[in-house]
Design a binder for this molecule. Sequence first.
Ligand SMILES: Nc1ncnc2c1ncn2[C@@H]1O[C@H](COP(=O)(O)OP(=O)(O)OP(=O)(O)O)[C@@H](O)[C@H]1O
Ligand SMILES: Nc1ncnc2c1ncn2[C@@H]1O[C@H](COP(=O)(O)OS(=O)(=O)O)[C@@H](O)[C@H]1O
Length: 179
Amino acid sequence: MIIQLTGLSGAGKSTIAQHVAGKLVSSGIPAEVIDGDRYRKTVCKDLGFSKKDRCENIRRLGKIAAEKARAGNVVILAAINPYEEVRRELAQQYQAKTVFIDCNLPTLINRDTKGLYYRAMLPPSHPDKLLNLTGVNDTYEAPNCPDLVLRTDQEQLEESAGKLYRYIVSRLPAAFISR
Ligand SMILES: Nc1ncnc2c1ncn2[C@@H]1O[C@H](COP(=O)(O)OP(=O)(O)OP(=O)(O)O)[C@@H](O)[C@H]1O
Ligand SMILES: Nc1ncnc2c1ncn2[C@@H]1O[C@H](COP(=O)(O)OS(=O)(=O)O)[C@@H](O)[C@H]1O
């Protein structure tokens, strides 16, 4: 099973993915996280943040996720994954479920765990200005029909992670759970 998370930087994709994968593994269900941040340092290190590169990034991560899923893992793909077209491709090719990690911009600006929002809002002439931050000055297409929505600006990590964990477990084939 592949779960493709989607949401803005700092929305909570990595945090939720790690938490849920940990809970699954503790319950005897093999699970792996594919994190956009990590793979951008290896398999996807040639890619930037244009639409073309972001789509290619997700296609590569989707292929890796599919291999791991075929080997019997629940795979949680944690990347911004901002384009509906590519999310639909993964849904059609690999039956990936789409989970929207939703968080409003004021909360993200307040969290600003990586300082990216600060940089995106600098004046245009500033040398550190970030020009293509998703949701500020680059496109984010919110999913049309997500399979699940988690509002991380309204709930604590335990609640968000609990919802995703229950969503996954309730859809696993029986053989998965009894092994
Ligand atoms: N309900 C929640 N679920 C997940 N994270 C939360 C929640 N509430 C607050 N947070 C906090 O929000 C931050 C989310 O950071 P995280 O790196 O997981 O985001 P991300 O979506 O993976 O970002 P990026 O795309 O930049 O990798 C963490 O500091 C986390 O503690
Ligand atoms: N302009 C940018 N927009 C979004 N994320 C960026 C940008 N520049 C650097 N990053 C970093 O790159 C990570 C996003 O990478 P991905 O999740 O792999 O993005 S995606 O759009 O191709 O799905 C974020 O964690 C953030 O730290």
